[in-house]
Design a protein around this ligand. Structure first.
Ligand code: ATP
Ligand code: MG
Length: 408
């Protein structure tokens, strides 16, 4: 198939926005006789006049050939090897054109193997992510009508949506991520396929799903992302406890908190999990306290927080222990700040825990979502500063051995 080519005067990519290292890599590959383009999210974001997060390069050169050309390249990946070319802290990912798991009609072919540039596009997820850009002559190369979809602000799978979602259900989360981030419309067949295939999400790798969820919590669009996940019935499969909470809660305090989180992105991942979990745990622990007619102490609250976090993330999206531990501390600490018995804290003392600042940060976010909490945050941030000042003013001296009292 012949691609559509858009020249420099037709599109809005300004060449100075293209990362100079990515351009250098492409230049060197082309000079050596290979085909090489910028591809994927980088091209999409350049066309939208946004700053791309990363610049990926696709080429006809095989991994070993890439390595020979660049001294600073290392090959990664076992089955599909690709090159990472390092420039200081920056990495340009260079992958060889390969064919996907389907042919052009969407039928599953036997195996992944090296392919042509067209096949390399056809294995990609959405048309807006299937564009090449050649910085040498500043052309956009389009095999999938991605350019017009970008202009019309439409999300459409490459190939038949049901086949594509069944092959890799993470694509459904990516679809919702792009809608939340870009505010594009999902075209009808893709939307219908999402509704039809959403249960398949549990067949995907839970590590990849967790990574997409964390990335979205870190983005500036976690609120619309979770709203859409809920609205499209995907959250019910992924995080049923969160979905249930959204169904029964009368006030959308979780979304308020995520809205504040988005204004302060990116935040620590443990804190983000704590923010997601806190409104659910708060409802749970308050209900439990009412039932028991007894105020649980901080240890019991921490134990309950750990249990609730395990219940939320237990089934499919397994949380790494480290993140679970941070989120548990941060959530439990909220009841040190504002005790369940609602009595004023008379002598606030900051615990000597390196996670305390994160717990305080959640209180700050909560107070931004709910101004009634501002006095609590003011009180505790003062305590925290005071304790830090004391600690920095008085360096910890090694403890002297206790002198034995002399017997007289
Ligand atoms: P972001 O801005 O979040 O990085 P992205 O589109 O660049 O978005 P990446 O995860 O960096 O996402 O993937 C790079 C490219 O790889 C995508 O643009 C797309 O072409 C392709 N891709 C990523 N995930 C999939 C998938 N699950 N199925 C098919 N193609 C994919
Ligand atoms: Mg990317």
């Amino acid at each position: 198939m012949q691609p559509k080519i858009y020249s420099a005067d037709e599109h809005r990519i300004s060449p100075d926005k293209v990362d100079q290292h990515a351009h250098y890599v492409i230049h060197k590959l082309q000079e050596a006789g290979y085909v090489a383009y910028l591809v994927g999210g980088g091209v999409r974001d350049l066309l939208l006049e946004e700053t791309p997060k990363d610049f990926d390069v696709s080429t006809s050169a095989k991994p070993e050939e890439i390595r020979k050309l660049f001294r600073n390249a290392i090959l990664i990946g076992r089955r599909f090897r690709l090159a990472h070319i390092r420039f200081g802290k920056k990495i340009i990912e260079v992958s060889t054109f390969r064919s996907g798991d389907t042919d052009a009609s969407g039928l599953i072919v036997r195996d992944n193997e090296w392919g042509t540039e067209e096949q390399d596009v056809l294995r990609r997820d959405f048309t807006i992510n299937g564009l090449f850009y050649n910085p040498e002559n500043q052309t956009v190369i389009d095999y999938v009508e991605g350019y017009t979809d970008l202009e019309k602000r439409i999300l459409r799978t490459i190939g038949q949506p049901e086949v594509r979602f069944c092959q890799d259900p993470v694509r459904m989360i990516r679809l919702i991520k792009f809608q939340a981030r870009l505010k594009f419309k999902i075209e009808e067949p893709t939307y219908n396929a999402l509704l039809h295939c959403r249960g398949e999400i549990l067949k995907s790798s839970s590590a990849r799903v967790l990574e997409e969820l964390l990335r979205m919590l870190e983005s500036k669009a976690s609120k619309p992302f979770f709203e859409l996940l809920h609205q499209y019935g995907v959250l019910r499969a992924l995080l049923p406890e969160v979905d249930h909470y959204l169904e029964i809660s009368k006030t959308p305090d979780l979304f308020d908190l995520l809205g504040i989180v988005d204004q302060h992105a990116p935040l620590d991942r443990g804190l983000l999990i704590a923010a997601l979990v806190f409104p659910i745990f708060d409802t749970y622990i308050k209900e439990r306290t009412r039932q028991l007619e007894k105020i649980p102490h901080l240890g019991q609250i921490a134990e309950a927080a750990g249990m609730v976090i395990d219940a939320i993330f237990g089934d499919f999206v397994a949380l790494p222990r480290r993140l679970q531990g941070i989120a548990t501390f941060v959530v439990a600490c909220q009841y040190r700040f504002i005790p369940l018995d609602s009595l004023p804290v008379r002598r606030p003392r900051a615990p000597r825990d390196p996670l305390f600042p994160l717990a305080l940060q959640l209180l700050q976010l909560r107070s931004m979502a709910n101004p009634e909490l501002v006095p609590h945050y003011t009180l505790w941030s003062g305590v925290s500063f005071a304790s830090q000042e004391v600690q920095s003013a008085a360096p910890v001296e090694p403890r002297r051995p206790r002198r034995r009292r002399r017997r007289s």
